[in-house]
Write a protein that binds this ligand. Sequence first.
Ligand SMILES: [Zn+2]
Length: 253
Amino acid sequence: MSKWYELKLQNFLSLHPRMRLTELGEERVVVEGEYYLNAQMDGYEAIQETYKLRIIFPPHYPRALPQVIELGNRIPKNSDYHTNKDRTFCLGSEIRLKSILLEHPSILDFIKKILDPFLYAVSYKLRYDFYPFGDLAHGEKGLIDDYQRIFKVADKASVLQVLRALGKRKRVANKLPCPCGCGQRIGKCDYRFNLQGWRRLERRRWFREHLSEFTPVKKEKKKKPKKQTDSKKKISPNSRMAQGQGALEASSF
Ligand SMILES: [Zn+2]
């Protein structure tokens, strides 16, 4: 139990006396009940609401992300409210949540930095039908937007380059072109120190699998000097279409 004690489970329960433990193992902790939200975001009104929630902290928390389920029926179960049909919340992109929890692993931090801002935004949307800070796009577009901000890169191709580099050993990654746009190899650019930090979030294999969930970026045609002899190759329409397909299912939010 010491792990959960260190993660401030008791402090959480005393802050939310209407939530109770329904499972307490060395491995997994489940709390359930009325969650009282009392939050205010800069420049916006204070919101007090009560939601009936179940929060599941998995065995490898904080490395593995908690699941939050709305047991009541206040929040519509659709992507406008970032809530899945199975009633779980899409609290944010995996890499964003992992980086928050890596720095701030306690349950109180999870509440303060992830759950409350989410519930605040959704409560605001329920009242006024729009999000106070603008809505994240859904699905792959939302993920890419978010990752562009986290990785501080300009476009989707660069986001995928970052994920690709994180999926490889450092020595191999250093030989890849740098995603920051400097035109150098990663090993020559200070951007490698950022990559170093993100490597702590997950194993290389995770990044490789995550990368494979994205639709590839169409490569721009390189302008090669044309050979006069070359015969024109037709691009089959099928191969083009296949590139645009395959939406990101697992991590849409
Ligand atoms: Zn660079």
